[in-house]
Design a protein around this ligand. Structure first.
Ligand SMILES: [Zn+2]
Length: 221
């Protein structure tokens, strides 16, 4: 038999998962287990989150991952069904709620392989963030980007997001076919860089500045 350890102690799993319903990281209660092979097991589990008393049932598959295993440690790939979707409330709250929801939706579109919808949502996220930061609502996205984003490299990233997002939004001959996993992933990363630059970094910087401003005199040498 395999060297796979028992993964259940007193009814509770020894591995952690994120509940697809309430979003809490938990050690689920194991209700049933089937062993497919020495390398793969399936569990029917119940959420054990005390946060909002979720108690929902879902499935977990655990598979040995040889690319990550070493001779001292067995690594696993853990998959949860139904798939966990990203909730906007779990994204940094420095970002306005509407924009977080748009970004979460873009993420979820990628997870279900809706790549065109993903890049369209990225474009929308970008545009709403720019309007929130003072861009003229009536102008085109191309001009809104130039008006708000001063950093040259980031402006290039924003324009790429705009261009790929357009492929998703408008029917344009065969270019639609070009939005694949790779482009959707890159566009999501680009969108996050822009949200990070617009919302997250300025607050982080302010916090650090506030915390060192009182000590400046001591450190002047
Ligand atoms: Zn739950």
């Amino acid at each position: 038999m395999s060297d796979w350890k028992q993964e259940c102690v007193n009814g509770t799993a020894t591995f952690g998962v994120t509940c697809p319903f309430c979003g809490y990281g938990i050690y689920p209660r194991i209700l049933a287990e089937t062993i497919e092979s020495n390398y793969k097991r399936h569990y029917l589990v119940q959420c054990s989150s005390k946060g909002d008393d979720c108690r929902k049932h879902f499935f977990v598959t655990r598979e040995r991952d040889y690319s990550l295993s070493t001779h001292t440690k067995i690594a696993f790939k853990t998959t949860v069904f139904p798939m966990e979707l990203l909730n906007g409330y779990r994204i940094k709250d420095e970002i306005p709620s509407d924009i977080r929801q748009d970004y979460a939706e873009a993420n979820n579109c990628k997870k279900i392989e809706a790549y065109r919808a993903c890049v369209s949502m990225c474009r929308r996220t970008l545009q709403n963030a720019l309007i929130d930061k003072g861009a003229d609502k009536k102008k085109r996205l191309i001009d809104q980007i130039d008006a708000v984003i001063k950093d040259e490299q980031l402006r290039g990233i924003a324009h790429s997001t705009r261009i790929i997002g357009n492929w998703g939004a408008h029917e344009q001959d065969d270019e639609l076919k070009d939005v694949d996993w790779e482009k959707a992933s890159a566009t999501l990363d680009f969108t996050w860089s822009i949200l990070d630059y617009i919302y997250v970094q300025p607050l982080k910087l302010k916090k650090i500045r506030d915390s060192i401003s009182g000590k400046e005199e001591d450190d002047s040498e």
